[in-house]
Ligand binder design. Sequence first.
Ligand code: IPE
Ligand code: IPE
Ligand code: MG
Length: 247
Amino acid sequence: MSTPTHIGIIMDGNGRWAEALGHNRLFGHVRGARVAKNIIEGCAARGIKFLTLFAFSTENWLRPSEEVSLLMRLLFLRLNRERSNLIRNNIKFRCIGNLERLPLEVRNTVLKTVRETDHCTGMTLTFALSYGGRQEITGAVRDIAQLVKSGRLDPDEITTEMVAGHMESAFLPDPDLIIRTSGESRLSNFFLWSAAYSELLIVEKMWPAFTLTDLDAAIQEYDGRERRFGRTSAQLPASSSEPTSEL
Ligand code: IPE
Ligand code: IPE
Ligand code: MG
């Protein structure tokens, strides 16, 4: 069976889930956080090496301030509560995104969790927080432009591998599988660069209703996909890895 090395999840539908039950959107986020814990531990137990959760996008800052505050508070409380569990489960916690925009106490909690799980050697759990794929690419472009400006790099030497290496998420392999809950068929600015050949799976359920059974079904579905990376079916599986050379 082929299992994904890196799963990315766009945890969508908290608000609609809550409203359908007659609650306000915030209740959906509270339940969504609980589901995130379950899925994190489920992925670790299944031997997934990298899990990235899209927790808050660059564009989510545009939401009503009451909702943004609740999401920040929730993050603060959950990370403080779960830190010891992450360590016990040998999970290394990382973050990608613009942490500068987070309230100071939340940023400190995030950084403390990164620091205190740094020695962990099991699954790498990355939160995409205040994250946008376009912003990440822009950051890489800015870094490379600096190298050119300072005379240390000739533009003709710029390769796709070099661009990838300047991404904030360069420590992660490309996501093999990206799951989005709530039935929406879009990336919403998640991993625009490294999702080039990710298998996409849209799940109809809202995130607070997502279960370990759904996770297993997603992994099963991935196993049935044929990843061709531009080649023909007949060329597989002798050379089924992604082409990396410059074309
Ligand atoms: C996902 O659920 C959580 C975040 C984006 C932070 P939503 O809050 O987007 O819920 P819906 O999509 O409006 O139902
Ligand atoms: C994407 O969900 C971001 C997260 C799940 C954190 P959104 O609910 O923000 O995306 P759109 O606005 O429906 O595209
Ligand atoms: Mg949404």
